[in-house]
Design a protein around this ligand. Sequence first.
Ligand SMILES: Cc1cc2nc3c(=O)[nH]c(=O)nc-3n(C[C@H](O)[C@H](O)[C@H](O)COP(=O)(O)OP(=O)(O)OC[C@H]3O[C@@H](n4cnc5c(N)ncnc54)[C@H](O)[C@@H]3O)c2cc1C
Length: 438
Amino acid sequence: MKVIVLGAGIVGTASAWFLQKAGHEVTVIDRQPGVSQETSFANGCQISVSHAEPWANPGAPLKLLRWLSKDDAPLLFRPRADWLQWRWGLKFLRECTPDRAAHNIRQIVALAEYSRQTLQALRAETGIEYDCETRGILHFYTDPTEFEQSLAAAQLMRDLGCPRHSVDADEAVRIEPALASIRSKLVGADFTATDESGDVYKFTTGLAQACEQSGTRFVFNTIVTRLLTEGSGTSSRIAAVEVIDAHGRHEQLKADSYVLAMGSFSQPLAKRIGIDLMIYPGKGYSATYMVKQPALTPTVSLTDDGHKLVISRLGNRLRVAGTAEINGYSRELNEVRCEAITRRTRELFPNACDYENPVYWSGLRPMTPSNVPYIGRSRYSNLFLNTGHGTLGWTMGCGSGRAIADIVSGRQPVLNFEFTGETRHALTPPLISIPARG
Ligand SMILES: Cc1cc2nc3c(=O)[nH]c(=O)nc-3n(C[C@H](O)[C@H](O)[C@H](O)COP(=O)(O)OP(=O)(O)OC[C@H]3O[C@@H](n4cnc5c(N)ncnc54)[C@H](O)[C@@H]3O)c2cc1C
């Protein structure tokens, strides 16, 4: 079968890999000159199965209100005259109830665990080098109340099979000695040894090369403008995709099936053919620094709870990422936010990196209100969705690619997840159980 994948981020590229493995003839289209140039470019790089709590949780509404007017708040909702933003916001609030949050966490953990296993298998199979660190994720706290509350979150993760254990400040510094400089401020941490980190851009680029070697075609500098439909009711389908090619010419490309994996931009494209995806961009920032003193720079991936930053060592670079603005599609850099990241990183690891020459970046997380992505069949029989991976697209990307390839091929994915469309109803008991460890 001929399959066109729309979007070459981590999700589209992983989809392409598993689709061609399943024997399909795959073409991937992207508006950028290469893969992984938008949100999958310079993110926090954590594979964090054990930190699957979505932004929508019972404590979120109050925090959001407190942060509403602060320019450097970790999560900022800037109200706009934008109907989608308001609808998204209301649905977000609905996902904050304890029941919905618990349901969403279970979904995300199941997909994230499946995805990590898939990533590990892919790494072994392809040998892709991507500055991978398998030393776990340490989430540290400087506020006693937040640490107190984290004990319940860690217990929930253990109940779901993730070995996330709370540790005291001394143990935190033993696990990551680079935290010694802030030992007096630490109140505790939780640690998951099985979590990982690695450069999503390098990985996706390596995977795309492996795809090309196996016959997948990548068409770059090509903008997807429209999905053309035919038929009606239950027999409606996608007839072709309209694109503007690298020379500015309109063209129609045809396939038997289409996979929509355009991150935040899946929403406006799908809307035009009557599919109402609840995806809104959540802008985040990262800063990348060259390491000057390796011994003072962390290698265990870290989450700084107070500042909502994630920190990953990528070879001779340190990546620090975080913050979120629900404020439209602009990727403009806000200097206040950029400087706040550098100030905090310098405070945590003085003299470790070259803080005079940071490389700042911003990206748009494709956020659903629940942080659970759309994976499955749409109401057009040959259009499949793999989009809306929000804060965890790197963590969930490889597994999502594998699952959508199964669905496109008419197979049931080996994973207990509420897939979009008809496959959702086919699931009964857990088909993959998360092994309890630790
Ligand atoms: C600051 C920050 C930190 C993050 N940290 C982490 C982390 O530590 N761990 C984690 O798991 N996740 C993290 N994420 C989330 C993760 O980066 C995203 O969920 C993930 O990159 C989404 O991948 P994607 O393939 O769906 O989207 P994208 O990578 O955005 O890919 C979509 C592709 O579609 C293409 N496209 C869009 N519109 C068109 C069009 N009209 N025509 C043609 N092509 C088009 C784009 O060029 C792009 O290549 C972070 C995100 C941010 C912003």
